[in-house]
Structure formats: structure tokens, C-alpha cells
Design a protein around this ligand. Structure first.
Ligand code: NAD
Length: 477
């Protein structure tokens, strides 16, 4: 039975529950490896038993194909849990650190203390993965959590609420459903950490609210992630990877290649290869892509209309529709679409696309491509296809969340890589150890011996001896 406190989304019930979770946070400050692991294992068991329920919810929300649910919603979470279970003992262990000469006689360690009550606000595009993934990190770090999933993926948000109610007491983990006003009410509370995944615009609202309580934040945001296709790239290999990375989840992926920057001498060949792969992946029998079971839909009318207007804007300003463009409003269907002839006054050049439209821009020298990327807000991901020497130049001369060489999107699945953006694309990192650290306070503990020690000599009254020691410290240490 659902605790009545969770059915009221008002400030009183939020405060009551928050206060209960604060008590839990104090108890969990001393939680053991076994207790934290048990919480993760029960989530994994629930997922294993409810895979069909998860698949059904995502189909209901935006007809997400089952293999894509398995690969991009279930696997990342179970893999995050398994990776955490394998490493949590060493992550939790206080780390001894070496003593600098000036501090000789002391010893020091870093303790990983749970920050306390966490707020997790999540988006609709990978609604299960991007809600339960951060929850795994919070629980691993020893934090109770309140979750606010997206209102735009209601079936999956209901499923997440059911999972949490099946497994946890509300004072441990609780889910509040609702729209932006629910997040805004929750954001008034003095959480110990906020983990937000969503747009840069809402990220700013979250950070402003967090500032009121000086609450730490992890902001997993979005932006325009470019894919550079250099002169030396293997175009067939690149095209196959780009088409999957762009059109999986119907392009509604924060790290999907937002636009392609291809060397001008390779544009026509690349375009041809891209079209071949769209056909091969989504319409091998020439029945029409809309018949494919492997291509999802846009989440809802708001985003469908946004994308339709980007397309109309580009075409009206002279862009060439190289492939796709077909729409079916009643099904929120937008065909995989390739555009070229992009100008800098077009929405597709300036806004995060977050849908199945792929603009193709050209460059004549790698410097030009780098300058274009550096003229825009720092992307969440940057992809480079081509030879090694130039990839080093791109890594050094651009700033982005992550870089992938000769592939795209895959870095999300690498448990040992910190995941996240920089400035406009995000603050802080997620996944694996980085996720554990996001919910932990790295508490330095210094231990001095009792009685006389080096520092005793530095106390007042400051005689010549003390002054000489201080001068030597400045000079030598
Ligand atoms: P969004 O920012 O509109 O919404 C995210 C969450 O914030 C939802 O739960 C929503 O209810 C809540 N929210 C919306 N408006 C709010 C407000 N005014 N005040 C408080 N809360 C509010 O984002 P979205 O449309 O759900 O997701 C798309 C965005 O998320 C894209 O920009 C995408 O790049 C980004 N994203 C980033 C990552 C990442 O890992 N970095 C992953 C997925 C999506």
C-alpha cells in the first residue's frame, strides 16, 4: 500500500517526508558495506523480475523498441549495480594519503561520508536509466533520496514509483510524481545534494534554488554535441556508427551527435553512406521506415512541434533536405532526416536538436572545425572520426564533457569513465566511482600526536628560532 504521505504533492507532505529522511540520513551515516549492497541487490532483483513491465512502460511512453530498452535502459542500470557491488568496498574505505615533509609526525586519511538527503530530478528521454542510475550512486554512497521523475514519460514514472514503493520505506527512498511545480516545491528544501538531469535552462533554475541552501549539485545537462569527420576518416565505418548513435531512441539522446562537421572533400560520399545505413537499419525491405519496429517515436506533441518547426525553419532559410522529412503528427513520427546547406541563422545551427534531424556542415581545415566548436557553448560530448594525430589536436584544443574517437555515444556504457558535461553542458560527474563521489563528502581527517611536535616550535612568542623555521618552510617546502 502506498504511504498516504506520497499521494499529496504539497509542501507540507514534502517537508514531513524530508524530515523523516533526515533522520534516516543520520542512521545511514554509519551504514555498512553489507547494508548498502543489500539495497542495490534488491533493485537488481526487482529489475530482473520486471523486465517485461519496464519494456511495456517504455513502449507506452514513446514506442521504444525492446532491444533499445534492454540495451539503453536495463543494461546500464544492472551494469552500474554490478560494477558498484564489485568496487564499493574499496570506494568506502578511508584512503590513507602521504604526508608532506612540512607535516611530518602527523597522519591523514580521506573518509567518504554520505552527504545526506539527496534529491534526484530526472528527464523523460531515458527515463528508467537516468532515474535509477543516480539512485544506485546515492544508495551506494549511503544517502536516502527523494525522486522526481519526468511528467512526459508517465508510464515509466509510474513504474519507478511502483519499484521504489515495493522496495523501500518512504523515509529511505520516495518518489513524487508531477510537473515542474512539484520540483520547484521540493527545491525549496535544504537537501544535502541535488542530482539533476535535464536541459541547461532548467539546470539554471535548479542551481539558483540550490544556492539558497548552498546545496551541492550535479547537473547533467545537454547541448550540441558535434561529430567531426576528418579527411582521413573511414566513411563507411563512420556512417554506420553515426546513424545508430543519432537515431537510437529517435534522436532523443543527450549525447547523440547533434550535427556533423565533415571535410568538404568527403561530404558527398558521406551523405551517400549515411543514406545507405538509414535504409539498412530502418527499412531493409523498403516498406517505409514508419513500419519499422526498431525506430521509436517523439515523446509527445510539444517536442514533435518543436522539431517540426526546426525543420520548417531550416528549409525556409534554404537548407537542402537530403533524406527524410516525412512526418505523421498523430503518431509523433518524424523520419530520420538529413539536412545540408546549413546557415548560422537557422534553429538547427543554434538550438540543441534532441530529435531525429541531423544537419551536415562542412569544413576546409581542421582549424575551422575547431574554431566553430569553440565559438559555441561547451558540448556534452565530442566525436572525432579520423587519424590519431589530428584526434590529439582536437582533444587538446576543444573543451567538452567527453570525447570519443572513431565512435559515438558508447562512452555512456563505460563504467570507469566519469560521465558529464562542462559549464553549459553540466557540472559534476556521474557513473561508477564518480557517481559515488558525487553523493559523498570527501572528509579529510588529520591526526596529530599528543605532546611536543614540530608545530610546537612555531607558537608565540615568536623568537628567532620560530622565524627561521617559518622562513625555511617558505623556502624549502
Ligand atoms: P527538462 O529540463 O525540461 O526537465 C527535466 C526535469 O526537470 C523534469 O523532471 C521536469 O519535470 C523538471 N522541470 C522542468 N521544468 C522545471 C522547472 N521550471 N523547475 C523545476 N523543474 C523543472 O528536460 P527534459 O526535456 O526532460 O530532457 C531533455 C534535456 O535533458 C536535454 O537538454 C538533454 O540534453 C538533457 N539530458 C541530459 C542528460 C545528461 O546525462 N547530461 C541526459 C538526458 C537528457
Amino acid at each position: 500500500m502506498i504511504d498516504p504521505i506520497l499521494t499529496h504533492t504539497n509542501s507540507l507532505s514534502f517537508t514531513k517526508l524530508f524530515e523523516k529522511q533526515q533522520k534516516t540520513a543520520l542512521l545511514w551515516r554509519c551504514s555498512t558495506l553489507e547494508e548498502r549492497s543489500a539495497r542495490l541487490i534488491k533493485i537488481r532483483t526487482w529489475i530482473e523480475k520486471n523486465q517485461d513491465f519496464i519494456r511495456k512502460s517504455l513502449w507506452e511512453d514513446f514506442k521504444k523498441p525492446v532491444p533499445e530498452v534492454d540495451l539503453s535502459e536495463i543494461f546500464p542500470v544492472t551494469s552500474e549495480i554490478n560494477h558498484t557491488l564489485n568496487n564499493l568496498k574499496s570506494w568506502m574505505k578511508p584512503q590513507g594519503i602521504s604526508t608532506p615533509l612540512a607535516m611530518i609526525g602527523t597522519s591523514a586519511k580521506v573518509y567518504y561520508e554520505p552527504k545526506g538527503v539527496a534529491l534526484i530530478i530526472s528527464p523523460w528521454n531515458f527515463p528508467f536509466n537516468l532515474t535509477v542510475g543516480p539512485l544506485v550512486s546515492a544508495l551506494a554512497a549511503g544517502c536516502p533520496a527523494i525522486i522526481k521523475p519526468s511528467e512526459l514519460s508517465p508510464a515509466t514514472s509510474d513504474l519507478i514509483q511502483k519499484m521504489v514503493n515495493d522496495l523501500f520505506q518512504p523515509e529511505e527512498v520516495a518518489v513524487f510524481l508531477g510537473e515542474a511545480d512539484v520540483s520547484q516545491e521540493l527545491l525549496k528544501l535544504p537537501f544535502d545534494h541535488i542530482f539533476f538531469t535535464g536541459s541547461p535552462a532548467v539546470g539554471k533554475i535548479v542551481m539558483k534554488a540550490a544556492a539558497e541552501h548552498l546545496t551541492s549539485v550535479t547537473l547533467e545537462l545537454g547541448g550540441k554535441s558535434p561529430a567531426i569527420i576528418d579527411e582521413s576518416a573511414d566513411l563507411n565505418d563512420a556512417a554506420g556508427k553515426l546513424i545508430w548513435g543519432k537515431f537510437v531512441n529517435c534522436g532523443q539522446t543527450c549525447i547523440a551527435p547533434d550535427y556533423i562537421l565533415v571535410h568538404e572533400s568527403k561530404k558527398e560520399r558521406l551523405l551517400m553512406e549515411l543514406k545507405v545505413f538509414i535504409q539498412k537499419y530502418y527499412d531493409p525491405e523498403f516498406k517505409g521506415i514508419e513500419k519499422s519496429q526498431d525506430y521509436a517515436r517523439i515523446i509527445g506533441p510539444k517536442h514533435f512541434n518543436r522539431l517540426r518547426s526546426y525543420l520548417a525553419d531550416a528549409v525556409s532559410k534554404g537548407a537542402t533536405l537530403d533524406f527524410g522529412g516525412k512526418i505523421d503528427e498523430s503518431n509523433c513520427y518524424l523520419e530520420p532526416t538529413l539536412l545540408s546547406g546549413i546557415k548560422d541563422n537557422m534553429d538547427v545551427f543554434n538550438e540543441e536538436i534532441f530529435g531525429p534531424i541531423l544537419p551536415i556542415l562542412t569544413f576546409s581545415s581542421l582549424e575551422d572545425a575547431i574554431n566553430l566548436i569553440n565559438s559555441k557553448p561547451k558540448p556534452l560530448a565530442l566525436y572525432y572520426f579520423g587519424e590519431n594525430m589530428n584526434s590529439k589536436k582536437v582533444i587538446q584544443e576543444t573543451s567538452s564533457g567527453n570525447v570519443v574517437i572513431n565512435d559515438c555515444v558508447l562512452h555512456f556504457l563505460h563504467n570507469n569513465l566519469p560521465f558529464g558535461g562542462v559549464n553549459n553542458s553540466g557540472i559534476g560527474k556521474a557513473h561508477g566511482h564518480a557517481g559515488f563521489l558525487a553523493f559523498s563528502n570527501e572528509k579529510g581527517v588529520l591526526k596529530q600526536r599528543v605532546g611536543v611536535n614540530n608545530v610546537t616550535l612555531l607558537r608565540p612568542p615568536y623568537g628567532m628560532k620560530a622565524k627561521n623555521i617559518i622562513q625555511s618552510l617558505i623556502k624549502w617546502f
